[in-house]
Design a protein around this ligand. Structure first.
Ligand SMILES: Nc1ncnc2c1ncn2[C@@H]1O[C@H](COP(=O)(O)OP(=O)(O)OP(=O)(O)O)[C@@H](O)[C@H]1O
Ligand SMILES: [Mg+2]
Length: 374
């Protein structure tokens, strides 16, 4: 899978842009604040239908303008497609289309995939569980776009149940309504938990292999699914749903006291361990980077296993932070297989690369194709 060309109108600090990319490696260099991340954000936007930086589309529109458009020609196993998104701020209307035909987000998502690695991802290991859940969920959405709706429904039911729990304190009659919500929550929750557990298991195997290579075989990474319910490893949806119902019943007193739901996938976590030790607590800066890189490579391999082709890989700023050995190993592993974008302020640190490569310099929202310096 690859992106051949990109065109932008009023996107962030780009007024108008028309660019063609190399099928292998694209290096985007430039000083701080010139538009490197904005460019990768546009590519990711055209894969995911939304920005990885904000949920507020208004922020994406160039200052002083009212609407934006972004489009790309992408190639995948099935053929060549034009994916495009336009957004108009005054009417808050957004249209996403494939080959000029407006489609739903769930249809749009199947055409073009990206895996992105930004400095913000490093927070995933040490930050709150929510960040690790999001990592797992986003991977699942790329594989099964309908999962996003299931997740949305679960959170809607969760909000209503929490609202009811708070209400019961003042109005005991409402008590009878609770069991209906329990059933729904358990059914929706079970399908999320089963999906997450299976994905974490598969990602875990792939991440362990990648991590072994990156650490020179000295460290073992393992991923685990931490659930708020006691349920067997290989439990299906029904068994998981029953376990959740039971757990909801057990924790009801406590839930009423606190006014919130205490069991379910909204309390899940992803455990990350290096040589058996919790990375969240013990990992050094270098280990963090290696771990997150291994997770991203696992994401890449999982997408390939499921879709039959590699997604496009976007490295924002993080590449030059890796040491020389890891950079070289990574370039060799990706060469000729994965279309890769690397942005940074110090492009000379990229390393040796034998495949084809395009080099761009970004300055104040203008992109200048330059002679390769690697
Ligand atoms: N909606 C917008 N309209 C115009 N300019 C914007 C908009 N949103 C962000 N910018 C500008 O884009 C610039 C930042 O671009 P970007 O984040 O891509 O920089 P960068 O090259 O990645 O820098 P760094 O190396 O610091 O990460 C900032 O100067 C910011 O003010
Ligand atoms: Mg940046």
């Amino acid at each position: 899978m690859r992106i051949d060309s990109l065109s932008l109108k009023n996107w962030r600090n780009y007024s108008r842009l028309q660019l063609g990319f190399d099928r292998n490696l694209n290096i985007i260099a430039g000083a701080n604040g010139q538009g490197k991340t904005n460019l990768l954000e546009a590519i990711s936007y055209l894969a995911n239908g939304r920005s990885f930086r904000t949920r507020n589309e208004d922020e994406l529109v160039r200052f002083g303008e009212i609407n934006l458009s972004a489009a790309a020609t992408v190639k995948n196993r099935r053929g060549e497609y034009k994916v495009s998104i336009s957004f108009s701020a005054p009417s808050r209307s957004k249209e996403i289309s494939v080959n000029g035909v407006a489609v739903a987000r769930s249809v749009f998502l199947g055409n073009f995939n990206t895996v992105l690695f930004t400095p913000g991802d490093l927070l995933m290991v040490k930050g709150p569980p929510q960040l690790r859940r999001r990592f797992v969920d986003e991977e699942i959405i790329k594989l099964f776009p309908v999962y996003e709706q299931q997740l949305g429904m679960y959170h809607q039911v969760l909000r209503q149940r929490n609202f009811l729990l708070k209400n019961i304190r003042f109005n005991k009659d409402k008590w009878s309504e609770l069991s209906g919500w329990d059933e729904q929550l358990a059914r929706l929750g079970a399908s999320i938990m089963v999906r997450r557990r299976a994905t974490i298991h598969r990602l875990g195997l792939l991440a362990r292999l990648a991590h072994r290579r990156l650490s020179g075989g000295t460290e073992e990474l393992d991923l685990g699914y931490l659930s708020s319910l006691p349920v067997r490893e290989d439990a299906g949806e029904e068994e998981t749903g029953n376990a959740m119902l039971l757990a909801l019943r057990k924790s009801k007193e406590e839930e009423l006291r606190l006014g919130q739901t205490l069991v379910g996938p909204h309390r899940d976590d992803l455990a990350l361990r290096i040589n058996g030790k919790e990375a969240r607590i013990f990992a050094s800066q270098g280990q963090l980077r290696t771990l997150v890189l291994a997770l991203k490579l696992a994401e890449l391999e999982l997408l390939r296993a499921e879709t039959g082709e590699y997604p496009v890989l976007l490295f924002d700023d993080v590449f030059s932070e890796l040491d020389g050995r890891r950079r070289q190993m990574l370039l060799l592993a990706l060469e000729g297989k994965v279309q890769t974008f690397v942005s940074g302020t110090e492009p000379e640190k990229i390393g040796r690369y034998n495949g084809t490569c395009s080099f761009f310099t970004v300055e104040g929202g203008e992109v200048i194709p330059t002679e390769p310096a690697v």
